[in-house]
Design a protein around this ligand. Sequence first.
Ligand SMILES: [Zn+2]
Length: 701
Amino acid sequence: MRSVGVCFVLICSFASVTLAQTSTPPPGNGSGQSLPALDHFDAGKVDSSVDPCTDFYQYSCNRWIKDNPVPPDEIFWGAFGKLRFWNEAVLHQTLLEIAGKPAAERTPLEQKLGDYWTACLDEKQRNQTALDTLRPALDRIDHMRDKAEIAEVVAELHLSVNGAWNPSDPETYAALFGFGAQPDFHDTTKVIPQFDQGGMGLPEKGFYLETDAKSQAILKEYVAHIARTLELSGEPPAKAQTAAQAVLNMETAMAKSAMDVVKRRDPRNLDNEMSLAEVEKLAPDFDFARYLERVNAPASSKFIVTTPDFFRGLERLITDEPLDHWKAYLKWQLLAGSAPQMSDDFVQEDFEFVGKTLFGAKQLLPLWRRCVQAEDRDLGQALGQAYVARVFPAASKEQVKQLVGNIEAALSADIDASDWMSPETKKQAHVKLAMQIDKIGYPDHWRDYSALEIRPDNHLENVRRAAAFEFHRQMRKIGKPLDRTEWTMTPPTVNAYEDAQTNTINFPAGILEPPFFDPTRDDSVNYGAIGAVIGHETIHGFDDQGRKFDENGNLRDWWTSTDAEAYEKRGDCIAEEYTEFVPEAGIQQNGRLTQGENTGDNGGIHLALSALDADLKAKGGTLASKGEDGLTALQRFFLAYAGIWCSNVHPEMMRTLLLMDPHPLNKYRVNNVVSNMPEFAQAFSCHKGQPMVRKNVCRVW
Ligand SMILES: [Zn+2]
């Protein structure tokens, strides 16, 4: 149960820019290559033709929006994406240097980093070897004699395509279902196996079930894409066409028995513990014992099954669908999960549907960026060490640590000051806050990759071995105590997260750079930008999802019923406020889906502001103190906050986000938040009746 951070993972994975001076330099040509410029806070860049009290997002971002169109290989473009591009350029420089070193001078880690890079970039080798590499796995599926073998094939796919299942990462590919290691909901000292729904190629169940014209058009494109992909693997066109339709029918059936994104937000809906015998009863024709043996899962007396209905649905699919349909489905899962790491024809076909049709990108990312991203996924903690050494000084870590401490102190004071919580609940909230672990920059102990073999001559084999390495690493956690120090994001990631079960907040070094954290700017700017992000993650532990977990990460109700009721009422106000029609996308934003994020945004900025206030006072200043630009600290704080959300997004992507992303669109992250704050009205002298002064103010924290 992870509330993944302030930036949606799917956006980040596509986020980039193609600048003329840095696009696709030839491999090995690393010397003297300069990094792109980072954005720094600039209060002069507002649109003075807009009244901040009418539309603060437009006032703060119009000029940025005009100057920063979505690059052709992007689907979404904002501060997160620009910093991500900078981080990738840093990693690129590092990898070019390592790959250029003579073999004898490399450390064992550099051998892996360098050889992965060399193989990934070698398009000639990828074009020659990718399909052959996959051939034994494709043959294995072709040679299936009956449906009893499904379990074994699924296990092989799980061990070779994208590795471990991460339920909070929609990019994770898991044929048929997800399987991984998760803390026990009621005793987080124990890690137990978990079965989760999965197996669908489209991002959310709604994509299969909506009947409007746009949804139907996407489904038609999807079938054509499946058919073309199967053809590329050698299926005759007519057979591929029939197989594609069968795949869509099977995935649609899975979608019907899957739990939707809103229901999944309540951990109590996912809390189903079962014995293996009970799991087997859900789908008697799936050989769970064989699957578990094949993936080398340690024995366990308990399993979490997040969505039992989904597994009951699988049983129907196994009984109803003929073996040929199953072969088509399993082949499609293998090919779809491998395509981005294969030869040009597969890469391009994958991009045409996923990149263009689903998300609206115009052009494929250059190869070097795709390789940096693949390497960050497969060797992220090895690459992350080099990243940290290059751009994340100890002084930054120290400064951020202080910010986090000040913001947590603000939450502590906020709990004390709240007039709607009883002393008992307040006491429990304090206990939980005190137990929270703050992780900043990078892990204390780096992952050991020595058992992972990486060679310079076959990229897809490296990727498949990395997937197996990760899956086995997850399996080894089962039955062992929970490691609260582990990171689920790599150090160069431009994101942050709170994890309710480990009771941690995590800020990778990748987001601790301008314009989020900027040592060249004053406190008001840093509290407005990274401070609001820190506040957001801190509040996640106390949002409508996080509040259901206690100080040890256990799913336990520590609220008195009256306080819980008061909380829900406040939460409803937020959910209703954010439920509104988005004209650019033609659909509604779902305030229930975004409730946790909205709570984090609204509460987080309050914490950041009180911490700034206290910090300024301690240094002899006030929020009203003016800087050289003539703006007060309070004004700079709000402008810095808006600045991190300035963005451009394609309508296709906007629609996809509204259907599945628990984060609201960026414009609402600014305007809804500030219009709930009297401090904002004060900063920009807004008065009652203006759009940025809300009649019905919502506040949880
Ligand atoms: Zn969040």
